[in-house]
Design a binder for this molecule. Structure first.
Ligand code: PRP
Length: 179
């Protein structure tokens, strides 16, 4: 991406270690239960599969597709749902799994919409809890890392659909223009 460079923020080893810990925490908390994990596409794909593979309890899974960002690095605040959950979640324990929470608008809309379907519980698990632009109060029950600022790419996270495939996580930095 011309005009941007990237600096490593979280190595693949650090990510994998933390994802294993999260999977074990969730498995312990839901011992004897079979929660439904709902991944929010597209950014969540790597985190979701790594998380599930490390769980020690049975789970069910489904996906929602919701997009809040247009192209670029700023949140538009507009959420579009183009795929809703298909499993019946009534009376079930649900864990929403997301790659990143930023303004919090996407997750609060999703939680609100899931709660209308009558689940026994809804908890939220995010890999990256980024707080600088939070606009709504939302409880994050499980998080991998706190990041204060910067635009994050890699391990599923994109900038204009680029960088998703990278196994590590980077911060995009605008290159200084030559004077
Ligand atoms: C990202 C991320 C969350 C949302 C978080 O998704 O995966 O869904 O933005 O932002 P918020 O807390 O400000 O609402 P994006 O819309 O970029 O779609 P993607 O998962 O396909 O990359």
């Amino acid at each position: 991406m011309e005009g941007y460079g990237k600096e490593i923020l979280l190595s693949r080893d650090k990510i994998q270690k933390r994802v294993r810990e999260l999977a074990l925490d969730i498995s312990r908390d839901y011992q004897g239960k079979e929660p439904i994990l709902i991944g929010i596409l597209n950014g969540v794909i790597f985190f979701f599969t790594d998380l599930i593979r490390n769980m020690t309890i049975p789970v069910k899974l489904d996906f929602i597709r919701a997009a809040s960002y247009g192209s670029g690095t700023a949140s538009s605040g507009v959420i579009r749902f183009s795929k809703d959950v298909e499993i019946d979640i009534q009376g079930q324990d649900v864990i929403v799994v997301e790659d990143i929470v930023d303004t919090g608008l996407t997750l609060s809309k999703i939680k609100e919409s899931l709660e209308k379907k009558g689940p026994a519980s809804v908890k939220i698990c995010v890999l990256i809890d980024k707080r600088e632009r939070r606009e709504t109060e939302i409880t994050i029950d499980y998080y991998g890392f706190h990041v204060e600022e910067g635009f994050i790419v890699g391990y599923g996270l994109d900038f204009n659909e680029q960088y998703r495939h990278l196994p590590d996580i980077f911060v995009l930095k605008e290159k200084e223009s030559p004077t």
